[in-house]
Design a protein around this ligand. Sequence first.
Ligand code: ZN
Length: 121
Amino acid sequence: MEWKIVWIPTPARFASFFTGLHEIGHIVVGHKGGDGKPEYLWEYEAFAWARKYCVEHNIPVPARTVNYEREIIAEKLRRSLENGMKSARLVVVEFIHQKKNGDPDVKWVWQNLDADGKLVR
Ligand SMILES: [Zn+2]
């Protein structure tokens, strides 16, 4: 058994509760350095685990929490694509495409990836 220490903030507000769940998600999904997954996928999978946990426990997730995660994931995805990655996991692209907000990275993903997750340039 391998031990890991993770910082879970005291959940005084929903955002910090969700952050704690997200960190647990990284552990449960089994993310570790050298697993070959790009960072954006780590963040999406941890987010998806946390959101699923909330759905299964009837805990409503505020839209602003989802939007915050979307912006972080879009930022990391954009960085991967700017560094030479040619396409992105479709489920992540679909998640980002679910909302158009004022965030520059979300907008960039909208403008640069097609519905198949391929770079349009
Ligand atoms: Zn994370």
